[in-house]
Design a protein around this ligand. Structure first.
Ligand code: PLP
Length: 390
């Protein structure tokens, strides 16, 4: 099978990078929307974080299909950059990643689902144990002879996953050394907002909790937490969004752009002053206008909430070196832009929805959301192009 050939090539060191998704791509003839992923930028971003975080090990969060850019491609490029430890959210992501990275350490952040210790271990995946119930199930499985490793997640103030401090104490006072624990983690709720008081509190709580497990590597920081200073880095850091070029912390510029989304102009129409555009006749043009119709809509993950008729209007796309504002509501598969002031605009032009000229987080802002959500919502209809493979 074509796919397994390239997967094997990726696993072997010093061979040219091939990308498994490209081999199985299902682009249709004439597709007029595309997603370009710069794997060189991804690898470069990882190296920058690794230099900053050293001597701590730099892992990578590749959950959410590698923050929307493709789990296998992201994993393989990061592996080649030197990353050895990966965090996915759910087992299916772990299985996909394991296929391309036979030797990597892979943690499943959402933890141990009931009855699955054996299956996870067999798949070479390590659950991040997130509750005392999970811990009891895991240690019973280990006591029964189960062989596998896991991380322990301690809650330090987010109240999402993780054992309480008391629960961690009870685990620590039993024979935790016999249970295959390889890492202790917690997660920062507010690292993107450095002034938030919860950061320091979580740091202190984590220091105390990690101290209960002497000799066990500890990990607290996500992308933003790495920038909170050396105290936050412990033995291993877990960046996600920063690797993919998203905004991760107040006052810190994002790293290099990884994902660029473009759509073609399908047609340019003349619309008379006073005529409505699109569903609901929600917007009316005020002047004789030239309107370009783009081959992209909310089914492709461009949020409908950024329609120009929404309260947060101001959304635009980029073509011919200029911004063109959106007009009317975004449809499932189409949207309209005003190109009256861009006379060069014509059928077949590629317009940038986000990328080097319009940041993903700016577009997210048009819709009242964050870059994370935009990236992980990218639809499956784009022509995907991977560049910068090394
Ligand atoms: C998603 C996630 C990360 C990565 O967070 P970013 O903000 O994307 O850097 C790290 N740790 C845990 C537990 C996560 O869920």
């Amino acid at each position: 099978m074509q796919e397994s050939v390239s997967l094997a090539a990726m696993a072997a060191p010093h061979q040219k990078f091939t990308n498994p998704i490209a081999d199985t791509d299902t682009a249709g003839p004439g597709d007029a929307s595309r997603l370009t992923i710069d794997l060189g930028a991804l690898a470069g971003n990882w190296r920058r974080l690794a230099r900053l975080a050293g001597p701590a090990e730099t892992a990578a969060a590749v959950k959410g299909d590698g923050y929307g850019i493709g789990l296998e491609a992201a994993g393989a490029a990061l592996d080649r950059a030197g990353c050895r430890t990966f965090f996915v959210a759910v087992p299916s992501e772990g299985v996909r990643l394991r296929r391309v990275l036979p030797r990597a350490t892979i943690y499943v952040l959402n933890g141990l689902t009931a009855g699955n210790a054996n299956a996870l271990a067999a798949a070479g995946l390590r659950p991040v144990i997130g509750s005392l119930e999970e811990w009891r199930e895991w240690s019973a499985w280990r006591a029964d002879g189960g062989q596998g490793e896991a991380a322990l997640h301690i809650d330090t103030g987010m109240n999402r996953l993780g054992l309480t401090a008391d629960e961690a104490q009870s685990v620590a006072s039993a024979d935790w050394q016999q249970q295959g624990l390889a890492l202790v983690i917690s997660h920062l709720a507010c690292a993107d907002t450095p002034a938030h008081a919860l950061n320091q509190l979580q740091l202190e709580r984590f220091r105390a909790a990690a101290g209960l497990f002497p000799g066990l590597p500890a990990s607290l920081a996500n992308s933003a937490g790495i920038h909170s200073g050396p105290d936050y880095r412990f033995d291993l850091v877990r960046p996600g969004i920063a690797l993919y070029g998203g905004v991760f912390r107040e006052g810190v510029a994002p790293l290099d752009v990884v994902a660029t989304v473009e759509a073609q102009v399908l047609q340019v129409r003349d619309v008379a002053a006073g005529e409505p555009i699109g569903y609901g006749a929600a917007e009316t043009v005020k002047r004789p206008s030239r309107v370009a119709i783009l081959c992209v809509g909310y089914a492709d993950g461009y949020p409908r909430a950024s329609s120009s008729t929404d309260a947060r209007s101001g959304a635009s796309v980029f073509l011919h070196g200029q911004r063109a504002p959106l007009l009317g509501r975004i449809s499932m598969d189409l949207m309209a832009i005003d190109v009256t002031d861009i006379p060069a605009a014509r059928r077949g032009d590629w317009t940038e929805l986000f990328g080097p000229n319009i940041a993903v987080d700016e577009v997210a802002g048009f819709a009242g959301t964050i870059g994370y959500e935009l990236l992980t919502s990218l639809g499956g209809r784009y022509q995907r192009r991977y560049t910068g493979g090394v």
